[in-house]
Design a protein around this ligand. Structure first.
Ligand code: SAJ
Length: 440
């Protein structure tokens, strides 16, 4: 099948790079977003999100005329839905004492409805947003069939999950394997033809619900694996073991690959997607549910460790280093580091945060310093919350000259304990009671 023009609905972290990449490969793309600020920003040639390399690709796509942006979809050969699927903050359900969150599918519903007036025979519609199993069949298909066209025979319908890693989106869009789930084999084939425009990785055709499940299985596996690493950190502390060393040694086993403990799981994917399984099958998902609980409780655990290290948190002056949800990105959404800061403040600590990827960010209730120096010059404790590469390169001898702090708490194994101790810091590391015992 040949595609001359497509509409991408949702110009966020997935939709915008995808739209720009299609445009760079000669397809006419209308990028659609319901947020007028996004459209205005892009029309000015600016970007509302940060992703390495994205500015250049979007600028070129706009200048070439292949990418235009609009608040409304229009007729096209294919429609690609890449809108957010968060969960409701205020709606819960419960199964046998397990309270779980519910997916907010309103953006998918609205985007699908927006396509309806423009849907023509022979079109292809693809849902990319991470969704509960059967969304394509039971939610998207009935809406589109209000057009009186039939999915699978009059138009093609697919689910194809985005699987790109924030920070590496442009490369992974092209190189990652792509799973295309069609409501019919012909739909999957049409989806294959579209992504073949730029995907260099393997393109695999399957059915829609399998591909929805594949996506959720990937992120749920990662969540469960991080939860066990976090639990190992707690166990290691109980037994006076350094969890980082223990993980390194366990990973020498050819079939073991334990992930890293840390202050918790953030972002808008891994901390969200497992709930889609729990919501649709609470009776089958006690492990997935409990892994989510472990990771959600991790910021509180980290704060209890900080409190233990400092005695009391009241009026302690803490420099929180890093607010992003993970290393080397500027994304603060669902960030465990932000939650740690809030919890510390609740217990009376005076926190100044420093986030090198977003020094001008404004977060309600958090003092964000515009320079590292400002964050640390009056601190009594340095708290490393994100393993940004630049933090791992800190020279403790230089840092000690800029701060009165003599306590360094490392929640991500980003600092060389011995070097920091030699520079004069008392070092505490998550999952490692050995260090705090040694330094006392
Ligand atoms: N984290 C740990 N320990 C680790 C690894 C990660 O605590 O060993 C934390 C991170 O700090 C972060 C969170 O987990 O807070 C999630 O980070 P991540 O790098 O694991 O994943 P995301 O959310 O940035 O991107 C994931 C990716 N999924 C998988 O790796 C299976 C990506 O490929 C998906 O496209 C993306 O979710 C998505 O959009 O669904």
């Amino acid at each position: 099948m040949k595609f001359n023009k497509i509409c991408v609905l949702g110009l966020g972290y997935i939709g915008l790079p995808t739209a720009a990449t299609f445009a760079a490969h000669g397809i006419k793309v209308t990028g659609v977003d319901v947020n007028p600020l996004v459209i205005q920003t892009l029309k000015r040639g600016e970007l509302h999100i940060h992703e390495p390399g994205l500015r250049q690709v979007v600028e070129q796509a706009l200048q070439s005329g292949n990418l235009t942006v609009s608040s409304q979809p229009e007729e096209a050969d294919a429609f690609l839905i890449a809108v957010p699927t968060p969960f409701y903050e205020d709606k819960f359900a419960e199964y046998e004492g397990r309270r779980y969150k519910l997916a907010d599918m309103s953006a998918v519903i609205a985007a699908t409805k927006a396509i309806l007036p423009h849907l023509r025979k022979g079109n292809l519609v693809i849902l990319e947003s991470t969704s509960p199993p059967r969304t394509t069949l039971d939610l998207v298909r009935p809406i589109l069939e209000r057009s009186t066209l039939k999915a699978g025979s009059d138009f093609y319908l697919c689910y194809s999950p985005e699987r790109v890693l924030p920070g590496q989106i442009l490369r992974e869009l092209v190189e990652n394997a792509r799973v295309i789930g069609g409501v019919t084999p012909e739909s999957a084939r049409a989806g294959h033809d579209l992504y073949a425009t730029f995907v260099k990785g393997q393109i695999v055709e399957t059915d829609a619900t399998t591909s929805e499940m594949v996506k959720l299985m990937e992120n749920t596996t990662r969540d469960v694996n991080i939860a066990i690493a976090n639990e190992f950190a707690r166990l290691a502390e109980k037994f006076g073991v350094d969890v980082w060393e223990a993980i390194r040694l366990a990973n020498l086993h050819p079939r073991i690959d334990i992930l890293n403990p840390g202050p918790g799981v953030g972002g808008h994917c891994i901390s969200v997607d497992p709930w889609f399984f729990v919501e649709t099958a609470p009776e089958l998902t006690p492990l997935i549910y409990n892994a989510r609980k472990v990771n959600d409780e991790q910021p509180r655990f980290v704060v209890s460790r900080v409190q233990e290290a400092l005695g009391s948190l009241k009026d302690r002056r803490v420099a929180a280093l890093g607010l992003a949800y993970k290393p080397d990105v500027d994304d603060l959404r669902e960030s465990p580091a932000v939650e740690v800061v809030h919890l510390l403040q609740e217990q009376g600590a005076k926190v100044k945060a420093w986030e090198p990827f977003k020094p001008h960010a404004v977060l309600k209730g958090i003092h964000i310093s515009q320079t590292l120096e400002d964050a640390i010059w009056q601190a009594d404790t340095l708290l490393l919350l994100v393993r940004h590469a630049e933090f791992t390169r800190f020279d403790p001898v230089e840092i000690v000259a800029k701060t009165p702090a003599r306590i360094a708490i490392d929640t991500v194994n980003g600092w060389d304990r011995d070097a920091w101790q030699r520079a004069g810091f008392q070092v505490h590391r998550l999952g490692d009671k050995k260090s705090s015992i040694a330094s006392r």
